[in-house]
Design a protein around this ligand. Structure first.
Ligand SMILES: N[C@@H](CCC(=O)N[C@@H](CS)C(=O)NCC(=O)O)C(=O)O
Length: 216
């Protein structure tokens, strides 16, 4: 099993935090996305969306999409640490909050960053107005997050879940579009601080084998 990633990228960090929480280590290959390694025909032959992260299994099967990778890992390495919930109600709530955090927070943040900065204008059309609109949607989502975290320890309830990983990554990524979690958001700040203290090492990426470059 190999994980193709670009370690500092937010989608790669989501998988890294999931792995750290589960205590799983897998070999990783660093893909230079800014340099366009992920848009080569070779990479696209493996990765259906042409993006990182991609998990390649021993038989060559490739799984794209962050949450699909996390779900695969969760099933392949069963443990009592249930990041997708462990009861029908918990599973439903985790799914709900993870989708809300993605659809209303993280993905608009990606759109804002990409369309405002034009970082990937070598491979996609960038529409600055769409970037600004997306940024505003992120700003409008923060009060939703604040109000949820002011009544709940974690996003989906009293247990830490993959939804917290998604929202946490969003909250740190938005600095790139000049949105900051300041004192207007005390509940978000307290939740961020508590996640920074988690036992699983969130600050360092556990890397077993670090290869540079995409060589198949
Ligand atoms: N929906 C995908 C998004 C993945 C994604 O946007 N990956 C970015 C890095 S965070 C990437 O590969 N960017 C390079 C590019 O778009 O060419 C997922 O959740 O895995």
């Amino acid at each position: 099993m190999k994980l193709y990633e670009s370690a500092p990228a937010p989608s790669a960090r989501r998988v890294s935090l999931f792995l750290a929480e589960k205590g799983i280590e897998i070999p990783r290959v660093q893909v230079d996305t800014r340099g366009g390694e992920n848009v080569t025909a070779e990479f696209k032959a493996m990765s259906v969306n042409g993006k990182i992260p991609v998990l390649e299994l021993a038989d060559g099967t490739a799984i794209s999409e962050t949450i699909a990778i996390c779900r695969y890992l969760d099933a392949a390495f069963p443990s009592d640490h249930h990041l997708f919930g462990d009861t029908p109600l918990a599973i439903g709530k985790v799914e709900m909050w993870n989708r809300i955090a993605e659809l209303q927070g993280l993905f608009p943040a990606f759109q804002a960053f990409r369309n405002i900065t034009g970082v990937f204008s070598d491979r996609e059309r960038c529409v600055e107005a769409w970037g600004e609109e997306s940024k505003q949607r992120v700003e409008e989502f923060l009060p939703v997050l604040e109000s949820r975290l002011s009544v709940s320890t974690y996003l989906a309830g009293e247990h830490f879940s993959v939804a917290d990983i998604t929202a946490y990554i969003m909250c740190s990524f938005i600095a790139k579009i000049d949105i900051h979690i300041d004192e207007t958001y005390p509940a978000i700040q307290a939740w961020q601080a508590s996640l920074d203290q988690r036992e699983a090492s969130w600050q360092s990426t556990p890397v077993k084998v670090l290869e540079k470059g995409f060589n198949r």
